[in-house]
Design a protein around this ligand. Structure first.
Ligand SMILES: [Zn+2]
Length: 399
């Protein structure tokens, strides 16, 4: 189970400085309703055409987006669109309050201890699986297009670049797997027409509207010459960890208590605790053997489908960092410490190679969706099942 989405950064100060200058210029024209965002802009060393902003004002632009842009106005368009999502506070309902309040520390997870954004952003970024990568609705998209078009216009750029960038993206990716960008930013359908309508309202394209700059062309060349970072290969399957002890020790969390084998260690991160034997967590951060207990902020309507819906949303979120994840059985109704829960079995690529089995048990609590994710390689799963069952049987929910 990959627990984080890691982003290799370009670490090119010239490129980041350029993105920062352009981004701050765009941001200065956005209505942020008095909120001062600590904007930070970074280039991600990924060829995939993507850019995304986290609710606190951290903006990541993939090199692929810079390379595909025909001119500075198109790059400004995609950045203006992202910044508009932040200014419009899209996605703040999806990110937990705690994450928003704690800014970078909350978003980037406790694996970095107390490090601040600046310190941890020197190498690469690991984003916790869940709630930080946002899917926008079609109406969010239209709003971001409109506000982004205004920001282009106010900065003297040709505002038609907004529709042009998205059209280019559609054309570039015809017949291929659509990039993540297009599933996060669904096409509202009438994008070009809506952007044109906004341009008309603004009084048309200014006669001297800026489309490109020598600086952009220089940065694009710089980016194209950067070495390509390949995702790290799954570390070779190391020796299997020692079998789980039959002696259990108590763990007391804020919302629940449970017992785990005494030879497992505990790794606390923001919103989750991982219990694993030595060797259960691999160098790439993936969990090969152990249990992850997490609390996920959910919006519940109190309906009888609330648990099903929240569980479904969690599985989709996990699938973002685990593309091989598939439901193999369930969800089925279970009881967890007397409360109604759901039990789902999944198969997944093990971070150590081969396949793994994941047993997910979820229950709704006042704090959110509480999930217990039990992970072991498929071949070893039968040996671990008794331990996982004992851990789940020991769960005591507070209140
Ligand atoms: Zn969008």
């Amino acid at each position: 189970m990959r627990r984080f989405l890691s982003l290799p950064l370009c670490n090119d100060p010239k490129v980041d400085a350029y993105l920062t200058k352009l981004g701050l210029r765009l941001a200065s024209k956005l209505p942020t309703r008095g909120v001062q965002y600590p904007w930070e802009f970074h280039c991600v060393n990924s060829k995939e055409i993507n850019a995304f902003a986290l609710p606190g004002g951290y903006v990541f632009v993939n090199r692929g987006a810079i390379e595909v842009a025909d001119n500075e106005a198109q790059l400004a368009a995609v950045m203006g669109h992202e910044l508009s999502h932040v200014a419009l506070r899209h996605g703040t309902a999806q990110a937990s309050k705690a994450q928003l309040m704690q800014g970078a520390a909350g978003i980037f997870g406790g694996i970095f201890g107390g490090s601040t954004g600046g310190a941890l952003l020197t190498q690469g970024v690991a984003l916790g699986a869940g709630s930080v990568l946002l899917h926008y609705s079609r109406s969010d998209e239209t709003q971001a297009d409109v506000m982004g078009t205004q920001a282009l216009y106010d900065n003297g750029y040709d505002p038609r670049a907004m529709a042009q960038f998205f059209e280019k993206l559609d054309a570039e990716t015809k017949g291929k797997n659509p990039p993540q960008f297009l599933s996060d930013h669904p096409n509202p359908g009438n994008r070009a027409a809506r952007v044109q309508e906004e341009i008309d309202k603004l009084g048309g394209v200014p006669p001297n509207a800026k489309r490109d700059s020598p600086e952009f062309e220089a940065i694009k060349r710089e980016v194209m010459a950067l070495p390509v970072v390949k995702p790290p290969p799954a570390s070779a399957a190391s020796a299997a960890p020692a079998p789980p002890s039959g002696n259990f020790v108590d763990y007391q969390g804020s919302a629940y208590a449970l017992k785990v084998p005494e030879n497992w260690k505990r790794y606390e991160e923001k919103g989750s605790v991982t219990f694993a034997p030595d060797g259960g967590i691999l160098q790439n951060g993936g969990l090969a053997y152990g249990v992850i207990v997490s609390v996920h902020q959910v919006q519940t309507d109190g309906s009888e489908n609330a648990l099903d819906n929240a569980t479904q949303a969690l599985i989709q979120e996990l699938a973002k960092t685990n593309p091989g994840l598939k439901v193999t059985r369930g969800p089925g109704r279970v009881q967890l410490n007397g409360r109604p829960g759901l039990s789902t079995y999944l198969s997944n690529d093990s971070p150590g190679g081969g396949q793994e089995t994941d047993w997910l048990v979820t229950v709704l609590r006042p704090e959110g969706l509480l999930s217990f994710l039990c992970v072991a390689p498929k071949a070893a799963y039968p040996d671990y099942e008794r331990t996982f069952t004992a851990v789940l049987d020991s769960v005591r929910l507070q209140n």
